[in-house]
Design a protein around this ligand. Structure first.
Ligand code: HEC
Length: 134
């Protein structure tokens, strides 16, 4: 093995690691609930805790987390306000919809990808969707 080959291999490894780290950062940024990453002890952390644990309305949860799919119909999501699409789902009963929103169903991800949501937050956002879609 020539020195050149070793240097090339190391360079490739470093570049792919850097690319991977960049993607990981992007994912962390996109999935960060407040759009801001705070470490415990940072001055911003106190505010984040307040935002995360404070009471949020179903609409706020929806606007922050569910809208990405349920406004556009992405991934086959039933759209907010689409009465025909929601009627058979609402017919299954609120408890079933809560359970499927919390646990996920097909392309509907568990908790609607809301990492900072409690189960009650999810139920509130399901209630909001139901109220807007019948
Ligand atoms: C990544 C896209 C995506 C996100 C984000 C998302 N949903 Fe969904 N949701 C879907 C899809 C797709 C379906 C249809 C699943 C199926 O029935 O095949 C669905 C279905 C549902 C249903 C109907 C379940 C049933 O039993 O018929 C409820 C209720 C629901 N979503 C609530 C939510 C709530 C509340 C949020 C936000 C907290 C949310 N979703 C976020 C994609 C998403």
């Amino acid at each position: 093995v020539s020195l050149r080959a070793v240097i090339l291999a190391v360079t490739v490894a470093l570049l792919s690691f850097a690319a991977f780290a960049g993607v990981k950062d992007q994912i962390a940024e996109r999935t960060s609930p407040t759009g801001e990453i705070c470490m415990a002890g940072d001055p911003c952390a106190a505010a984040v805790v307040e935002v995360v644990s404070g009471p949020r309305s179903g609409q706020e949860i929806y606007d922050g987390n569910c809208v990405a799919c349920h406004a556009t119909g992405a991934a086959g999501a039933p759209k907010l306000g689409d009465v025909a699409a929601w009627a058979p789902r609402i017919g299954k009963g609120a408890e079933t919809l809560y359970a499927n929103a919390i646990g996920g169903i097909n392309s509907m991800p568990p908790m609607g990808l809301c990492g900072s949501c409690s189960e009650d937050d999810i139920k509130a956002s399901v209630d909001y969707i139901i109220a807007q879609s019948q």
